[in-house]
Write a protein that binds this ligand. Sequence first.
Ligand code: FES
Ligand code: FES
Length: 178
Amino acid sequence: MSLRINGTEYLLHLDPRTTLLDCLRETLALTGTKKGCDHGQCGACTVHVNGARVNSCLTLAVMHEGDEITTIEGIGQPGALHPVQAAFVAHDAYQCGYCTSGQIMSAVALLEEPCGPNDADIRECMSGNICRCGAYPASSLPSRKSAASRRPCNLSSFAERKTRSAPSPRERGRTPDL
Ligand code: FES
Ligand code: FES
């Protein structure tokens, strides 16, 4: 099978049960994408598939032939950071950094989503990304600053999406098993 990741085509021989996360980390050594819970609860493994954020621990690699997959390595590099990466650095929006690539991938995707412009909206849109260090106040600021330049929000569409979405870990009041 082949996968297109960060603009590069990879020819792979994979066990069909391999998750996209394990393929990225174990097969391709793209270790910027982190494994936290491995159960879809923490967001550390967030990548983009065709521009939408996806928990890569919850999807099989074989399902993504023909898709455009982007990991944290694909959105910026040292010396040429994505504006969201630069904002996280500028605001010290991390402690151990384990959740940070997932936080950044979600924040980048959020810029194209119908998320409201207020802090509460952004916190809700980012609520699938858990930080065990508790760096939320710092990490919400770069997301908010980056969101300032995005297109006008569509709150009705956002509300509609929310009613369709499964409850986030925060909404369920759960602490993930990390
Ligand atoms: S490792 Fe995928 S959501 Fe936690
Ligand atoms: S900075 Fe450590 S888990 Fe978020």
